[in-house]
Design a protein. Structure first.
Length: 183
């Protein structure tokens, strides 16, 4: 199988069973942002080989492929419903990580050692994907946000998990989070 198809050479493509959509359409932006998030998590993961965080991030990448396939599906499906348990697992993971970290009473600057900084970047991309998801589906006439609620909740919780994992990466490296001080 060849990697190229030439079908999109004129700026149009097919998604969700709809042919001849401009690649600049919002749905392509949304799917592309979820893909960007996945790649960003892969970058963070590359610095964490052999750690628990490495496996957590691998599972998240697989979940993001599931969300991407849900976005590009030809018809509505129930794949996103399996995310409810994953959201609960993320919450449990966040709670476990937070027990290991010093209490956070201030805003912190997104920084630190490389994997932490990469996870902060992924967190920002995740927030953008969540905003785009809500914007796109809330603007469609007759669209039911309910069928996308789990995907949106997943992205919302994922940004929290990425924040906690970023702090944990610094903590494991013996690096303190850098507190932001208002001037």
């Amino acid at each position: 199988m060849k990697i190229y198809t030439r079908s999109g050479d004129k700026g149009m493509s097919t998604i969700g069973g709809k042919k001849n959509q401009w690649k600049s359409d919002t749905i392509f932006e949304l799917v592309g942002t979820v893909d960007e998030l996945n790649a960003s998590i892969g970058m963070a993961r590359s610095y964490l080989r052999g750690s628990t965080s490495y496996q957590i991030l691998k599972t998240i990448q697989e979940d993001l492929f599931e969300i991407g396939s849900f976005l590009g599906a030809k018809k509505d499906n129930n794949r996103a419903e399996s995310l409810k348990d994953k959201i609960k697992n993320m919450e449990d993971t966040i709670d476990g990580i937070e027990e290991l970290l010093p209490e956070l009473n201030n805003f912190i600057l997104p920084s630190g050692q490389r994997s932490s900084a990469e996870m902060h970047m992924a967190r920002c991309i995740c927030r953008r994907a969540e905003r785009m998801y809500v914007s796109f589906y809330s603007s469609l006439v007759g669209s039911s946000m309910e069928k996308h609620a789990d995907s949106i909740a997943y992205l919302n919780r994922l940004s929290d998990l990425l924040f906690s994992l970023a702090r944990y990466a610094n903590h494991r490296a013996g690096q303190l989070d850098e507190i932001w001080i208002s001037k």
